[in-house]
Design a protein around this ligand. Structure first.
Ligand SMILES: [Zn+2]
Ligand SMILES: [Zn+2]
Length: 279
């Protein structure tokens, strides 16, 4: 894991802005989470945002965020959910957002990628859920974490329908022109392992061009490990590999990418600088 050393050696803190620790907890138990957090600290990771996928899943994120300093959570309703939240579910999501470690609304969004068995939720249902969740974010003055798969135009239209909402396009998949549209609306781009994949030219061009205050890094663990860890289960420590890839694209030191993305994550999610992971 030599590629993880530079961040640790330079003591440059990194924030994994999108990591499903609750899925790790379900799969590997708390021992698995603790192992992942220990490796993350070794790689320079100081804080993690754990995004929820629905009401029950967001509540599991709350449990993980309560158990570990440096871990925060968001309250979401993923586009793969078969129905939009009903009144009671919306009220419960609203309650959960009052938690002191809840730092945003998400994942929410639209997903029009299709292959058999991926998901069956109609665009109409996804749009209804997204609109409700954007309104919830506006009511709480919290940022949104957007999942946008093959839905750039529809997501921007949904965001425009709820003025004042800001946030992040997680696991960014656009290109420089789309990136400018997001930045104009006050949205950040969060680069995941996808930016390290050879055929991601559009994403890589966006990473080269985005302004210093306009981007984050994430793992989206346990999904999609970055190069050179492809094929392994993804873990928050690997955010260092993604940050290193972004640094190479921007032709700057890893320390600069770490400083910019950590500052931006703390600004967006209002993360307290003294609430940090412990090794
Ligand atoms: Zn997602
Ligand atoms: Zn995710």
């Amino acid at each position: 894991m030599s590629e993880l050393r530079p961040a640790a050696a330079s003591h440059t803190p990194l924030v994994d802005s999108h990591c499903h620790l609750q899925i790790l907890a379900e799969r590997d138990g708390l021992a698995g989470v603790e192992r992942a957090l220990e490796q993350a600290v070794g790689a320079g990771v100081v804080q993690i945002v754990c995004p929820g996928l629905n009401l029950e899943d967001s509540d599991r994120c709350r449990e993980v965020a309560e158990a570990y300093p440096g871990v925060f959570f968001t309250v979401g309703w993923h586009p793969h959910e078969p129905a939009a939240p009903d009144r009671a579910q919306l009220d419960a999501l609203d309650q959960l957002l009052r938690h002191p470690r809840a730092v945003g609304v998400g994942e929410v969004g639209l997903d029009q990628y299709w292959r058999p068995g991926y998901h069956e939720t109609s665009l109409q249902v996804q749009q209804a859920a997204l609109h409700q969740m954007l309104e919830l974010a506006r009511a709480h003055s919290l940022p949104v974490v957007i999942h946008d798969r093959d839905s750039h135009a529809e997501v921007l239209a949904a965001v425009d329908a709820v003025p004042g909402v800001r946030g992040v396009m997680h696991s960014y998949t656009g290109d420089p022109a789309h990136a400018r549209s997001c930045r104009k609306r006050g949205f950040l781009l969060s680069f995941s392992g996808m930016v390290t994949f050879p055929r991601s030219e559009g994403i890589q061009a966006a990473a080269r061009e985005v302004d210093a205050d306009g981007y984050l890094v994430e793992t989206d663990s346990p999904f999609l490990a970055p190069v050179p860890h492809r094929g392994q289960p993804n873990t928050p420590a690997f955010v260092a590999a993604t940050a290193a890839a972004v640094a190479r694209l921007r032709d700057v030191d890893l320390a600069e990418v770490a400083a910019e993305t950590t500052a931006s994550a703390r600004r967006l999610f209002a993360l307290p600088a003294d609430d940090l992971l412990r090794g």
